[in-house]
Design a protein around this ligand. Sequence first.
Ligand code: NAI
Length: 327
Amino acid sequence: SKKPVRVAVTGAAGQIGYALLFRIASGEMLGKDQPVILQLLEIPDEKAQKALKGVMMELDDCAFPLLAGMQAHSEAKSAFKDTDYALLVGARPRGPGMERADLLAANAQIFTAQGRALNDAASRNVKVLVVGNPANTNAYIAMKSAPDLPARNFTAMLRLDHNRALSQLAAKTGKPVASIKNLAVWGNHSPTMYADYRFATIDGASVKDLINDQVWNKDVFLPTVGKRGAAIIEARGLSSAASAANAAIDHMRDWALGTHGAWVTMGVPSNGEYGIPKEVVFGYPVTCSGGDYQIVPGLPIDAFSQECINKTLAELQGEQDGVRHLL
Ligand code: NAI
Protein backbone atom coordinates (compact mmCIF):
# COMPACT_ATOMS: atom_id res chain seq x y z
CA SER A 1 0.00 0.00 0.00
CA LYS A 2 1.09 3.61 -0.61
CA LYS A 3 3.02 5.73 1.87
CA PRO A 4 0.83 8.46 3.44
CA VAL A 5 1.17 12.00 2.11
CA ARG A 6 0.86 15.11 4.26
CA VAL A 7 -1.94 17.56 3.55
CA ALA A 8 -1.97 20.89 5.39
CA VAL A 9 -5.22 22.86 5.54
CA THR A 10 -5.46 26.35 7.04
CA GLY A 11 -8.71 27.83 8.31
CA ALA A 12 -9.58 24.24 9.13
CA ALA A 13 -12.39 25.10 11.56
CA GLY A 14 -14.12 27.45 9.11
CA GLN A 15 -17.06 26.66 6.88
CA ILE A 16 -15.04 25.66 3.82
CA GLY A 17 -12.84 23.54 6.09
CA TYR A 18 -15.91 21.70 7.32
CA ALA A 19 -16.94 20.89 3.76
CA LEU A 20 -13.41 19.99 2.70
CA LEU A 21 -11.64 17.88 5.31
CA PHE A 22 -14.01 14.92 5.20
CA ARG A 23 -13.65 14.63 1.45
CA ILE A 24 -9.85 14.77 1.61
CA ALA A 25 -9.87 12.10 4.33
CA SER A 26 -12.22 9.87 2.31
CA GLY A 27 -9.84 9.85 -0.67
CA GLU A 28 -11.78 12.08 -3.03
CA MET A 29 -8.84 14.43 -3.54
CA LEU A 30 -5.81 12.19 -3.96
CA GLY A 31 -7.34 8.83 -4.77
CA LYS A 32 -8.96 5.95 -2.96
CA ASP A 33 -5.59 4.23 -2.53
CA GLN A 34 -3.69 7.21 -1.06
CA PRO A 35 -3.49 7.49 2.74
CA VAL A 36 -3.30 11.06 4.08
CA ILE A 37 -2.07 12.79 7.22
CA LEU A 38 -3.99 16.01 7.91
CA GLN A 39 -2.01 18.91 9.39
CA LEU A 40 -4.64 21.43 10.40
CA LEU A 41 -3.96 25.08 11.14
CA GLU A 42 -6.20 27.53 12.94
CA ILE A 43 -5.55 30.83 14.66
CA PRO A 44 -4.37 30.48 18.31
CA ASP A 45 -7.70 31.90 19.53
CA GLU A 46 -9.21 29.53 22.10
CA LYS A 47 -12.60 29.30 20.41
CA ALA A 48 -11.06 28.47 17.02
CA GLN A 49 -8.78 25.80 18.51
CA LYS A 50 -11.70 24.28 20.40
CA ALA A 51 -13.83 24.22 17.25
CA LEU A 52 -10.95 22.56 15.41
CA LYS A 53 -10.80 19.84 18.07
CA GLY A 54 -14.52 19.27 17.48
CA VAL A 55 -14.00 18.83 13.74
CA MET A 56 -11.19 16.38 14.48
CA MET A 57 -13.50 14.41 16.79
CA GLU A 58 -15.92 14.08 13.88
CA LEU A 59 -13.11 13.06 11.52
CA ASP A 60 -12.22 10.34 14.03
CA ASP A 61 -15.83 9.26 14.13
CA CYS A 62 -15.89 8.69 10.39
CA ALA A 63 -13.26 5.95 10.83
CA PHE A 64 -11.85 6.77 7.39
CA PRO A 65 -9.52 3.94 6.35
CA LEU A 66 -7.27 6.42 4.49
CA LEU A 67 -6.83 8.85 7.39
CA ALA A 68 -3.38 7.86 8.62
CA GLY A 69 -2.94 10.71 11.09
CA MET A 70 -4.15 14.14 12.08
CA GLN A 71 -2.72 17.07 14.02
CA ALA A 72 -4.00 20.46 15.21
CA HIS A 73 -1.65 23.44 14.94
CA SER A 74 -1.75 27.10 15.91
CA GLU A 75 1.50 27.97 14.19
CA ALA A 76 2.24 27.85 10.45
CA LYS A 77 5.74 26.41 10.58
CA SER A 78 4.72 23.29 12.47
CA ALA A 79 1.54 22.91 10.40
CA PHE A 80 3.53 22.95 7.17
CA LYS A 81 6.32 20.61 8.31
CA ASP A 82 7.16 18.28 5.40
CA THR A 83 3.75 18.88 3.86
CA ASP A 84 3.20 17.65 0.29
CA TYR A 85 0.01 19.65 -0.27
CA ALA A 86 -1.08 22.91 1.32
CA LEU A 87 -4.60 24.28 1.00
CA LEU A 88 -4.54 27.85 2.27
CA VAL A 89 -8.18 28.52 3.07
CA GLY A 90 -7.98 30.74 6.16
CA ALA A 91 -7.86 34.45 5.42
CA ARG A 92 -8.94 37.72 6.93
CA PRO A 93 -12.49 38.58 5.81
CA ARG A 94 -13.49 42.17 5.18
CA GLY A 95 -14.88 43.57 8.43
CA PRO A 96 -17.26 46.50 8.82
CA GLY A 97 -15.63 49.78 7.85
CA MET A 98 -12.54 48.03 6.54
CA GLU A 99 -11.01 49.63 3.45
CA ARG A 100 -9.66 47.58 0.58
CA ALA A 101 -6.12 48.63 1.50
CA ASP A 102 -6.65 47.39 5.08
CA LEU A 103 -7.90 44.05 3.77
CA LEU A 104 -4.92 43.69 1.46
CA ALA A 105 -2.54 44.60 4.28
CA ALA A 106 -4.12 42.14 6.75
CA ASN A 107 -3.91 39.33 4.22
CA ALA A 108 -0.42 40.32 3.13
CA GLN A 109 0.66 39.75 6.71
CA ILE A 110 -0.93 36.29 6.84
CA PHE A 111 0.37 35.15 3.47
CA THR A 112 3.93 36.46 3.87
CA ALA A 113 4.14 34.54 7.15
CA GLN A 114 2.64 31.40 5.61
CA GLY A 115 4.84 31.68 2.51
CA ARG A 116 7.93 31.88 4.71
CA ALA A 117 6.76 28.95 6.80
CA LEU A 118 6.24 26.87 3.64
CA ASN A 119 9.67 27.96 2.44
CA ASP A 120 11.27 26.80 5.68
CA ALA A 121 9.32 23.66 6.48
CA ALA A 122 7.35 22.13 3.60
CA SER A 123 8.35 19.39 1.18
CA ARG A 124 10.46 20.87 -1.65
CA ASN A 125 7.72 19.76 -4.07
CA VAL A 126 4.78 21.09 -2.06
CA LYS A 127 1.74 21.91 -4.17
CA VAL A 128 0.04 25.03 -2.80
CA LEU A 129 -3.54 26.08 -3.48
CA VAL A 130 -4.72 29.44 -2.17
CA VAL A 131 -8.48 29.63 -1.60
CA GLY A 132 -8.62 32.52 0.89
CA ASN A 133 -9.46 35.84 -0.76
CA PRO A 134 -8.14 37.82 -2.51
CA ALA A 135 -6.91 34.43 -3.72
CA ASN A 136 -4.69 35.41 -6.67
CA THR A 137 -2.93 38.15 -4.75
CA ASN A 138 -2.55 36.00 -1.64
CA ALA A 139 -0.95 33.29 -3.81
CA TYR A 140 1.38 35.90 -5.29
CA ILE A 141 2.39 37.05 -1.80
CA ALA A 142 3.01 33.49 -0.58
CA MET A 143 5.03 32.72 -3.72
CA LYS A 144 7.19 35.84 -3.30
CA SER A 145 7.76 34.90 0.35
CA ALA A 146 9.01 31.41 -0.55
CA PRO A 147 12.03 31.96 -2.80
CA ASP A 148 13.42 28.45 -2.24
CA LEU A 149 10.31 26.69 -3.58
CA PRO A 150 9.34 26.45 -7.26
CA ALA A 151 7.19 29.51 -8.06
CA ARG A 152 4.96 27.39 -10.30
CA ASN A 153 3.86 25.36 -7.27
CA PHE A 154 1.88 28.35 -5.95
CA THR A 155 -1.61 28.43 -7.42
CA ALA A 156 -4.90 30.22 -6.77
CA MET A 157 -8.39 28.80 -7.01
CA LEU A 158 -10.40 29.75 -10.07
CA ARG A 159 -12.03 26.35 -10.31
CA LEU A 160 -15.21 27.55 -8.66
CA ASP A 161 -15.61 30.15 -11.42
CA HIS A 162 -14.89 27.40 -13.98
CA ASN A 163 -17.49 25.07 -12.48
CA ARG A 164 -20.06 27.86 -12.18
CA ALA A 165 -19.55 28.67 -15.86
CA LEU A 166 -19.88 24.98 -16.85
CA SER A 167 -23.15 24.73 -14.99
CA GLN A 168 -24.56 27.88 -16.66
CA LEU A 169 -23.55 26.57 -20.10
CA ALA A 170 -25.14 23.20 -19.41
CA ALA A 171 -28.40 24.90 -18.42
CA LYS A 172 -28.34 27.15 -21.49
CA THR A 173 -27.65 24.34 -23.99
CA GLY A 174 -29.69 21.67 -22.21
CA LYS A 175 -26.68 19.33 -22.34
CA PRO A 176 -25.01 17.47 -19.47
CA VAL A 177 -22.19 19.32 -17.67
CA ALA A 178 -19.85 16.41 -18.34
CA SER A 179 -20.27 16.77 -22.10
CA ILE A 180 -18.73 20.28 -22.16
CA LYS A 181 -15.05 20.40 -23.02
CA ASN A 182 -12.43 23.15 -23.46
CA LEU A 183 -13.83 25.93 -21.31
CA ALA A 184 -11.36 28.59 -20.17
CA VAL A 185 -11.54 31.19 -17.38
CA TRP A 186 -9.02 34.01 -17.49
CA GLY A 187 -7.80 36.36 -14.78
CA ASN A 188 -8.68 37.20 -11.22
CA HIS A 189 -11.00 35.26 -8.93
CA SER A 190 -13.40 38.19 -8.73
CA PRO A 191 -16.38 39.49 -10.70
CA THR A 192 -13.88 40.63 -13.38
CA MET A 193 -12.89 37.04 -14.29
CA TYR A 194 -13.50 36.25 -17.97
CA ALA A 195 -15.23 32.92 -18.57
CA ASP A 196 -14.54 32.17 -22.23
CA TYR A 197 -16.53 29.51 -24.10
CA ARG A 198 -15.23 30.34 -27.58
CA PHE A 199 -13.27 27.07 -27.72
CA ALA A 200 -15.77 24.95 -25.82
CA THR A 201 -17.38 21.95 -27.47
CA ILE A 202 -20.20 19.53 -26.76
CA ASP A 203 -19.90 16.21 -28.61
CA GLY A 204 -17.53 17.96 -31.00
CA ALA A 205 -19.93 20.83 -31.78
CA SER A 206 -18.99 24.43 -30.94
CA VAL A 207 -20.76 25.79 -27.85
CA LYS A 208 -20.43 29.30 -29.25
CA ASP A 209 -22.30 28.25 -32.41
CA LEU A 210 -24.88 26.30 -30.42
CA ILE A 211 -25.65 29.37 -28.29
CA ASN A 212 -25.00 31.92 -31.03
CA ASP A 213 -25.92 34.89 -28.84
CA GLN A 214 -23.20 37.41 -27.97
CA VAL A 215 -25.72 39.57 -26.09
CA TRP A 216 -26.45 36.63 -23.77
CA ASN A 217 -22.71 36.10 -23.32
CA LYS A 218 -22.10 39.71 -22.39
CA ASP A 219 -25.26 40.63 -20.52
CA VAL A 220 -26.35 37.37 -18.89
CA PHE A 221 -23.63 34.72 -18.77
CA LEU A 222 -20.61 36.78 -17.68
CA PRO A 223 -22.50 38.80 -15.01
CA THR A 224 -24.20 35.64 -13.69
CA VAL A 225 -20.90 33.80 -13.26
CA GLY A 226 -19.10 36.93 -12.03
CA LYS A 227 -21.70 37.79 -9.40
CA ARG A 228 -22.52 34.23 -8.36
CA GLY A 229 -20.63 34.54 -5.07
CA ALA A 230 -22.69 37.57 -4.11
CA ALA A 231 -25.91 35.80 -5.14
CA ILE A 232 -25.05 32.86 -2.84
CA ILE A 233 -24.36 35.21 0.08
CA GLU A 234 -27.66 36.98 -0.58
CA ALA A 235 -29.58 33.68 -0.63
CA ARG A 236 -27.80 31.73 2.10
CA GLY A 237 -26.61 34.48 4.38
CA LEU A 238 -23.17 32.89 4.20
CA SER A 239 -20.59 32.66 1.44
CA SER A 240 -20.17 29.62 -0.80
CA ALA A 241 -18.66 26.80 1.20
CA ALA A 242 -19.56 23.35 -0.14
CA SER A 243 -19.08 24.47 -3.75
CA ALA A 244 -15.80 26.17 -2.84
CA ALA A 245 -14.57 23.02 -1.08
CA ASN A 246 -15.65 20.97 -4.09
CA ALA A 247 -13.67 23.24 -6.40
CA ALA A 248 -10.60 22.90 -4.16
CA ILE A 249 -10.90 19.10 -4.35
CA ASP A 250 -11.23 19.29 -8.16
CA HIS A 251 -8.20 21.61 -8.45
CA MET A 252 -5.87 19.49 -6.32
CA ARG A 253 -7.10 16.14 -7.69
CA ASP A 254 -6.54 17.23 -11.28
CA TRP A 255 -3.12 18.74 -10.50
CA ALA A 256 -1.99 15.60 -8.66
CA LEU A 257 -3.62 12.91 -10.79
CA GLY A 258 -3.92 14.57 -14.23
CA THR A 259 -6.73 15.65 -16.54
CA HIS A 260 -6.01 13.23 -19.43
CA GLY A 261 -6.04 16.07 -21.93
CA ALA A 262 -9.09 17.90 -20.56
CA TRP A 263 -8.84 21.64 -19.91
CA VAL A 264 -9.40 23.00 -16.43
CA THR A 265 -8.79 26.46 -14.99
CA MET A 266 -6.04 27.22 -12.47
CA GLY A 267 -4.66 30.53 -11.24
CA VAL A 268 -0.91 30.17 -11.87
CA PRO A 269 2.07 32.53 -12.03
CA SER A 270 2.51 33.84 -15.55
CA ASN A 271 5.69 33.31 -17.53
CA GLY A 272 4.48 35.91 -19.99
CA GLU A 273 1.84 33.67 -21.61
CA TYR A 274 -0.84 35.63 -23.48
CA GLY A 275 0.94 38.90 -22.73
CA ILE A 276 0.34 38.70 -18.98
CA PRO A 277 3.34 40.16 -17.10
CA LYS A 278 5.59 37.60 -15.44
CA GLU A 279 4.65 36.47 -11.91
CA VAL A 280 1.09 37.76 -12.01
CA VAL A 281 -1.01 34.87 -10.67
CA PHE A 282 -3.61 34.66 -13.42
CA GLY A 283 -6.42 32.28 -14.28
CA TYR A 284 -5.49 30.26 -17.37
CA PRO A 285 -6.81 27.17 -19.12
CA VAL A 286 -4.41 24.33 -18.29
CA THR A 287 -4.03 20.61 -18.76
CA CYS A 288 -2.39 18.50 -16.04
CA SER A 289 -0.23 15.40 -16.24
CA GLY A 290 2.58 13.82 -14.25
CA GLY A 291 1.83 16.03 -11.22
CA ASP A 292 2.38 19.22 -13.23
CA TYR A 293 0.27 21.65 -15.27
CA GLN A 294 0.75 23.24 -18.68
CA ILE A 295 -0.99 26.41 -19.85
CA VAL A 296 -2.94 25.67 -23.05
CA PRO A 297 -0.87 27.42 -25.74
CA GLY A 298 -1.72 29.31 -28.89
CA LEU A 299 -5.37 30.28 -28.39
CA PRO A 300 -6.48 33.23 -30.53
CA ILE A 301 -7.65 36.23 -28.49
CA ASP A 302 -10.26 38.38 -30.25
CA ALA A 303 -10.97 42.05 -29.48
CA PHE A 304 -13.79 41.40 -26.98
CA SER A 305 -11.72 38.77 -25.14
CA GLN A 306 -8.68 41.05 -25.04
CA GLU A 307 -10.80 43.79 -23.52
CA CYS A 308 -12.06 41.39 -20.82
CA ILE A 309 -8.54 40.10 -20.13
CA ASN A 310 -7.16 43.64 -19.89
CA LYS A 311 -9.83 44.56 -17.35
CA THR A 312 -9.22 41.62 -15.02
CA LEU A 313 -5.44 42.06 -15.39
CA ALA A 314 -5.68 45.74 -14.47
CA GLU A 315 -7.56 44.81 -11.31
CA LEU A 316 -4.95 42.21 -10.39
CA GLN A 317 -2.06 44.57 -11.02
CA GLY A 318 -3.79 47.14 -8.81
CA GLU A 319 -3.96 44.58 -6.00
CA GLN A 320 -0.36 43.57 -6.56
CA ASP A 321 0.82 47.19 -6.54
CA GLY A 322 -1.12 47.65 -3.29
CA VAL A 323 0.91 44.96 -1.51
CA ARG A 324 4.33 45.25 -3.13
CA HIS A 325 5.68 47.55 -0.39
CA LEU A 326 4.68 44.95 2.22
CA LEU A 327 6.70 42.09 0.71
P1 NAI B 1 -14.71 31.16 7.58
O1 NAI B 1 -14.63 32.51 8.19
O2 NAI B 1 -15.86 30.26 7.87
O3 NAI B 1 -13.39 30.33 7.98
C1 NAI B 1 -12.12 30.86 7.88
C2 NAI B 1 -11.30 30.23 8.99
O4 NAI B 1 -9.94 30.64 8.79
C3 NAI B 1 -11.70 30.70 10.38
O5 NAI B 1 -11.95 29.56 11.18
C4 NAI B 1 -10.49 31.50 10.87
O6 NAI B 1 -10.26 31.34 12.25
C5 NAI B 1 -9.38 30.88 10.06
N1 NAI B 1 -8.22 31.73 9.87
C6 NAI B 1 -8.17 33.08 9.69
N2 NAI B 1 -6.91 33.51 9.60
C7 NAI B 1 -6.13 32.41 9.70
C8 NAI B 1 -4.73 32.22 9.69
N3 NAI B 1 -3.89 33.25 9.57
N4 NAI B 1 -4.27 30.95 9.81
C9 NAI B 1 -5.11 29.93 9.95
N5 NAI B 1 -6.46 30.05 9.98
C10 NAI B 1 -6.95 31.28 9.85
O7 NAI B 1 -14.51 31.40 6.02
P2 NAI B 1 -14.81 30.38 4.82
O8 NAI B 1 -16.21 30.55 4.38
O9 NAI B 1 -14.32 29.03 5.18
O10 NAI B 1 -13.90 31.03 3.67
C11 NAI B 1 -12.50 31.03 3.75
C12 NAI B 1 -11.90 31.91 2.68
O11 NAI B 1 -12.18 31.40 1.38
C13 NAI B 1 -12.42 33.35 2.65
O12 NAI B 1 -11.31 34.22 2.45
C14 NAI B 1 -13.33 33.38 1.45
O13 NAI B 1 -13.42 34.68 0.91
C15 NAI B 1 -12.58 32.45 0.53
N6 NAI B 1 -13.34 31.89 -0.59
C16 NAI B 1 -12.69 31.73 -1.80
C17 NAI B 1 -13.32 31.19 -2.89
C18 NAI B 1 -12.60 31.03 -4.19
O14 NAI B 1 -13.25 30.62 -5.17
N7 NAI B 1 -11.30 31.28 -4.31
C19 NAI B 1 -14.73 30.76 -2.80
C20 NAI B 1 -15.32 30.93 -1.51
C21 NAI B 1 -14.63 31.49 -0.44
